[in-house]
Design a protein around this ligand. Structure first.
Ligand code: UT7
Length: 337
C-alpha cells in the first residue's frame, strides 16, 4: 500500500419535480391505494421526494450523475480530462448496455478514463468508494470519480403502498484523489460484506435474463420492486449498529471521536434506533431523507455533499458512512474530510 485516497470534492443533483406526501397520496388514491401524509411522515420521516421525468433527457440517470459529478469536479478543482476512473453505483441504469458510467464518461468528455457500473443497490456508493481506494492506494490511478446515481421511480410498484412511498430519484458524486500515506485527511477504513442468502427481502423479479418481461409478467408488476419491509427494518438496525461498532473498535475510536454519522437514508426510525444503540447524538447525524426519500446508492453521497456545502462538516472532521441495501449488501467507511 503505497498511497492513500482522499475525497477532494462532492456534488449532488436531483430532478426538478418534487412530490410531497399529500400529492403522492392523491395520485395513489386514484388507483384505489390509500395512504396519507401523517402515516408516511410518522412511520418513515419522509415529507417529499423527487421523481425524474423519464422522457426528459436532462433527467436521465446518467444526466443526474453527470451534474453531480461536474459539481464534485468543480469543488476539487479538476477537469474531466484529469479523471482516470469512473465508477458509477446504480441499480437503475439508463440502459443495460452500455453502462451508465460510459454514458457519463461520453457526456462529460472524460476521454482519459475507464468507466464501469457496479450494482450493490443502496450500499453501492460505499462499494464504489472502497474499490476506488484500492486503485488509488496501489498508485494505478491518480483521480477517481465515484458516483451513486438512481432513477428508481420507474421500478416502483404504485400498488404496493409500503414500498412506493419510500423511494426517490437523485445522484451524488465524489472526486477521490491519490494522496501520500501519511496524509491526515483521507479514507481511514473500509469494510464491506454481502449476504446473498437474504436476496428475497428486496428484489425485482423480472427484467433480467432469468425472467424476461412478457405482457403477462408486466401486468403482474413483476418488473417492479418487491420488498419485505418489516424484515429489512430489523436487519438494517442490527447490521448498521454492528458495522458502526466494528469500525470504531478496529480504529481504536470512541463514539465521541466521531464528528458526523452518515447512514443510509431509508427510514428515519431505522436511523434513530441505530443512533440510540450507538449512543450517538441525532444532531450529528446527517439526514436528507425528509426531502428526498430513499435514493438508494445516492443517499450517502448526497447527504455527505449537503453536510459539506452547508458548512456543517469542517476540514479535519471524522465521518462514519454506514449502509445496507438489497443483496443484501452492507458497508462502512471511516474518513477524515
Ligand atoms: O434501502 C432499503 C430499502 N427498504 C427499507 O429500508 C425498508 C425498511 N422498512 C421500513 O421502512 C418499514 O417497515 C415500512 C415503512 C416499509 C413499513 O413500516 P412499518 O411500521 O413496518 O409498517 P407495517 O408494515 O408494520 O404496517 C403497519 C400498517 C399495516 O396495516 P395493518 O395491517 O396494521 O392494518 C400496513 O398495511 O400500516 C399499513 N401501511 C400503510 N398505511 C398507510 C403500510 N404502508 C402504508 C402506507 N400508508 N403507505
Amino acid at each position: 500500500m503505497e498511497y492513500a485516497a482522499r475525497i477532494t470534492g462532492t456534488g449532488s443533483a436531483f430532478p426538478k419535480k418534487c412530490i410531497a406526501n399529500q400529492e403522492l397520496a392523491e395520485r395513489l388514491s386514484k388507483i384505489g391505494i390509500e395512504t396519507n401524509d401523517l402515516w408516511i411522515q410518522t412511520r418513515t420521516g419522509i415529507r417529499e421526494r423527487r421523481f425524474a421525468k423519464t422522457d426528459e433527457p436532462s433527467e436521465y440517470n446518467s444526466s443526474l450523475g453527470l451534474k453531480a459529478a461536474q459539481k464534485a469536479l468543480e469543488m476539487a478543482g479538476k477537469s474531466p480530462l484529469d479523471i482516470d476512473q469512473i465508477i458509477c453505483a446504480t441499480c437503475s441504469p439508463d440502459t443495460l448496455i452500455p453502462s451508465t458510467a460510459c454514458w457519463i464518461q461520453y457526456k462529460m468528455g472524460a476521454k482519459n478514463a475507464w468507466a464501469v457500473d457496479i450494482n450493490a443497490a443502496c450500499s453501492g456508493f460505499l462499494y464504489g468508494l472502497s474499490m476506488a481506494e484500492q486503485y488509488l492506494q496501489s498508485g494505478k490511478v491518480n483521480v477517481s470519480l465515484v458516483i451513486g446515481s438512481e432513477v428508481l421511480s420507474p421500478f416502483l410498484n404504485f400498488r404496493d403502498r409500503s414500498s412506493c412511498i419510500l423511494f426517490g430519484d437523485g445522484a451524488g458524486a465524489a472526486v477521490v484523489e491519490r494522496v501520500s500515506r501519511d496524509s491526515e485527511r483521507r479514507i481511514l477504513y473500509t469494510h464491506l460484506l454481502s449476504d446473498g442468502n437474504l436476496w428475497k427481502l428486496f428484489y425485482i423479479p423480472a427484467g433480467g435474463s432469468k425472467l424476461e418481461v412478457t405482457p403477462g409478467r408486466y401486468f403482474q408488476n413483476l418488473h417492479k420492486m418487491k420488498m419485505n419491509g418489516k424484515e429489512i427494518f430489523k436487519v438494517a438496525v442490527r447490521t448498521l449498529t454492528e458495522f458502526a461498532r466494528k469500525a470504531l473498535r478496529e480504529n481504536g475510536l470512541l463514539v465521541s471521536d466521531l464528528d458526523w454519522f452518515v447512514p443510509h437514508q431509508a427510514n428515519l426510525r431505522i436511523i434513530e434506533a441505530v443512533a440510540q444503540r450507538l449512543g450517538f447524538p441525532m444532531e450529528k447525524t446527517l439526514i436528507n431523507l425528509d426531502r428526498y426519500g430513499n435514493t438508494s446508492a445516492a443517499t450517502v453521497p448526497t447527504a455527505l455533499d449537503e453536510g459539506i456545502r452547508t458548512g456543517k462538516i469542517k476540514p479535519g472532521d471524522t465521518i462514519l458512512l454506514d449502509t445496507f441495501g438489497a443483496g443484501l449488501t452492507y458497508g462502512s467507511i471511516l474518513l477524515r474530510w
